[in-house]
Design a binder for this molecule. Structure first.
Ligand SMILES: [Zn+2]
Length: 468
């Protein structure tokens, strides 16, 4: 099929050359060349017309200057005498979008009104939005986007909490009604390794390496919470290496994922923790030989390390001004700090009890009891079953107390024992024999990741894909 481009490119080259020779030829030849030129020109024009007609009638995508056009684009081509670049579609001017972030003291309502979002639709919008979003969780830094059409109708509202940008809430206008739903955007998981040297304490070492305190909490509480006392055990020069996951959304760090391996090498304590699922979905941490790092008790009932008074059978009491044993451990912490159970059990007492102030007492298997005293707030009730590390109250200074702190006791068969020593000497069974080869394989693969590259302290590198 002959087309526009094809026509110009098929003008015979010898003919153009001959036209330049015209003045040199005699009349007879001049006339003959003129005659044949006109004839050839007419034939070519007829062919062009035929070609364009057949192009217009074809239903297949037309090949035009090497660009494949869909049938819908053919009409436009036919209207144009010369072929130029395709005309882009007109800009979508049917909606406008307002995007804003909440500043301190801002509310969604104040911000929307400030940006002149039509206020007559806000009430039904909020009804849909707050069916999912807890207004108490609206925080400065959260951001939203609202799409409004030319009739000033809100078409879509999307609210993104800045701490959980992977869980935005989208409200859409469907059939005249606002419908809200929470989205779960996929996060990219990156595995990184980090090695730090302890100068004074774990959280300082980790923050100096550029990581957040959430990571030190995971290590101190979730992994080594029953086997390393990070208040008592670390010494300058101790080393910690971890292989851990960081979760990203569009290149932006969102939060930490799992810690796959943690190795603490210290003067007083050395421990390896490997994350492993002995049964599907039951991930837990095991030491190098496959023993669980979990214990009946975690070492601490809260997320602080500051011990202000230790277990002591002959202590001089600061308020009573006399010798009186201190049968527990005191943790200095701000009022409101969350307190958790150190082992699973059942609430035996929840209320006010003399010098203890607001007290929670829990009974555990094998004759154990724990007490959590001077609370500002109790969040459980008598008879309630609680899991290990379940939140039961908040630190305060109620009862016989000079400053905000938690007094924590463990009693075994009626005798107080030192909470700091609760897990000492305790052993737990190893993983089942048939799981050990798989566990060892996983342990060694992770240790290999930890040891990749130069062993530079505070060394952090990013591996774009998980090695496992
Ligand atoms: Zn105390």
């Amino acid at each position: 099929m002959l087309n526009v481009c094809g026509y110009w490119s098929t003008v015979p080259q010898p003919l153009t050359n001959l036209l330049f020779l015209l003045p040199l030829l005699n009349m007879r030849f001049r006339f003959a060349i003129w005659f044949w030129s006109v004839l050839l020109g007419c034939l070519a024009l007829m062919a062009l017309r035929l070609g364009m007609s057949s192009q217009h009638s074809t239903t297949a995508a037309a090949q035009l200057g090497g660009v494949a056009l869909t049938p819908a684009a053919e009409a436009a081509v036919w209207e144009l005498p010369f072929v130029g670049p395709l005309i882009p579609p007109p800009p979508d001017d049917l909606t406008r979008t307002i995007a804003a972030a909440l500043s301190r003291g801002d509310s969604i309502d104040r911000s929307l009104k400030h940006h002149h979002v039509p206020s007559d639709q806000l009430e039904p919008l909020y009804q849909a939005l707050y069916a999912i979003l807890n207004p108490a969780q609206v925080k400065p830094g959260d951001y939203y986007e609202v799409v409004i059409d030319t009739s000033d109708v809100i078409r879509r509202f999307c609210y993104t909490p800045h701490r959980t940008p992977d869980r935005p809430i989208e409200v859409e206008l469907r059939d005249g009604q606002f419908v809200a739903r929470q989205l779960r955007l996929p996060l990219e998981r990156r595995v990184e390794r980090l090695e730090v040297r302890i100068e004074d304490n774990l959280s300082n070492a980790i923050s100096e390496a550029g990581e957040g305190c959430a990571l030190s909490d995971l290590i101190a509480d979730d992994i080594f919470g029953a086997v390393i006392d990070f208040q008592r055990d670390p010494r300058r020069g101790d080393r910690l290496g971890i292989v851990f996951e960081k979760l990203y959304l569009d290149e932006r760090f969102v939060r930490y994922g799992h810690i796959l391996l943690a190795r603490y090498e210290g003067e007083r304590v050395t421990e390896l923790a490997v994350r492993y699922a002995a049964t599907e979905g039951e991930d837990a941490y095991y030491n190098a030989s496959g023993r669980s790092l979990g214990r009946m008790f975690v070492l601490k009932p809260l997320g602080v390390n500051r011990i202000t008074s230790r277990f002591n059978r002959q202590r001089f009491h600061p308020i009573l001004k006399k010798q009186r044993p201190h049968l527990g451990t005191d943790y200095g912490a701000p009022t409101g700090t969350l307190v958790w159970t150190t082992a699973r059990g059942q609430v035996a007492f929840a209320g006010w009890k003399g010098g203890y102030g607001k007290l929670v007492e829990i009974v555990h298997p094998n004759g154990y009891r724990t007490r959590y005293a001077h609370l500002s707030k109790i969040l459980v009730h008598k008879g309630q079953l609680v899991e290990q590390k379940e939140i039961i109250g908040k630190v305060g200074t109620t009862g016989l107390s000079t400053a905000s702190h938690l007094h924590y006791e463990i009693i075994k068969d009626g005798h107080h024992i030192n909470p700091e020593l609760i897990n000492e000497g305790h052993t737990v069974p190893t993983l089942a024999d048939d799981l050990l080869p798989d566990f060892v394989h996983q342990r060694d693969a992770l240790l290999h990741v930890l040891e990749l590259g130069p062993r530079t302290w505070r060394y952090a590198s990013s591996l774009t894909s998980a090695p496992l």
